[in-house]
Design a protein around this ligand. Structure first.
Ligand code: NAP
Length: 281
């Protein structure tokens, strides 16, 4: 069996067409949706991510500002900047690119963002709202994964979903969204004994660890849906995921490629969240 690809680029294009229409409708009412992206320091990967986010906004008719700050910016100065953006009526979404330099307390910064502008959904209150089934914003990467499952009409109710990785920004919110969709969810982390024992039980397997080839074909149940969130480089420097794609696609029913899978969906869902924020405010 060769798995069907869930193409994140194609699905993103479709969703971005809807975003453009919603952005144009807002602009016609005299309110252009606006996103502020704050980057502190020179992390090369972060620079690429923020550029892509700003470009995606431009392409969809969303106003955006890229606020580049030096690596030695003080925590107090960053909090002041966020406070100004919280009060700025042109800005409906605020995103602070992670990771932040070590001298800045990430929790403090994320909690300074106004709840209604927290388009990443990382504020502790938004995490709590998600956990209690009343999300204001769904974190972009797990939200994108849910849209991919929706695109293949996957019946999550009663299915066994296994999430490998338990970070606050991907694994945990992913597990919550799957649970709320009616799946029975297992969450694995780096201490999990016999990872394969769990992954082989998965009807839906989401892998988000940042460990190249962590999941191999023998760890996947035939006919499963495999969503690979990981972003790693192979020995030739090419982008790859956490799943051994070539072998696993012969076992799974559906699989997401890397690149061209979850990555583009993350940015698309950021656009969706920004539009939702602008429509609400
Ligand atoms: P993270 O904060 O480093 O968390 C990694 C998680 O994986 C942790 O919960 C860790 O367990 C778990 N883990 C590590 N090794 C493991 C193992 N051998 N077996 C089982 N679990 C293991 O990373 P993240 O921010 O969630 O990101 C994960 C990956 O997704 C990275 O490659 C990142 O670049 C990528 N990513 C992609 C997108 C996208 O748009 N495609 C967006 C965000 C992140 P512990 O909790 O025990 O440490």
């Amino acid at each position: 069996m060769t798995a069907q690809l869930i193409d994140g680029i194609q699905l993103s294009q479709h969703l971005r067409t809807e975003v453009k229409l919603r952005a144009a409708a807002l602009t016609a009412q005299g309110k252009t949706a606006g996103l502020a992206v704050i980057l502190v320091g020179e992390n090369p990967a972060s620079q690429v991510y923020v550029r892509n986010k700003v470009k995606a906004c431009e392409d969809c008719g969303i106003y955006s500002i890229l606020d580049k700050q030096p690596a030695d910016l003080s925590e107090a100065a960053l909090l002041d900047r966020i406070s100004a953006l919280n009060a700025d009526p042109k800005i409906h979404g605020i995103l602070v690119q992670l990771p932040l330099p070590a001298h800045i307390d990430t929790h403090k910064v994320l909690e300074a963002i106004a709840l209604e502008k927290d388009v990443d959904g990382f504020h502790i209150t938004n995490a709590g709202l998600l956990m209690t089934g009343q999300p204001l914003f769904r974190p972009c990467t797990p939200y994108g994964v849910m849209k991919m499952l929706e695109s293949i009409d996957y019946p999550l109710r009663g299915a066994h979903a296994v999430v490998v990785g338990a970070s606050n920004i991907v694994g945990k919110p992913q597990a919550m969204l799957l649970l709320q969709a009616g799946a029975t969810v297992t969450i694995c982390n780096s201490k999990t004994r016999d990872l394969g024992l769990h992954t082989r039980m998965a009807d839906v397997l989401v892998v988000a660890t940042g460990k190249r080839n962590l999941v191999t074909a023998d760890m996947v149940k035939p006919g499963a849906v495999v969503l690979d969130v990981g972003m790693n480089r192979d020995d030739a420097g090419k982008l790859c995921g956490d799943v051994d794609f070539a072998a696993t696609k012969e076992v799974a029913a559906y699989i997401t490629p890397v690149p061209g899978g979850v990555g583009p969906m993350t940015i698309t869902m950021l656009l969706v969240n920004t539009i939702e924020a602008a429509e609400r405010i």
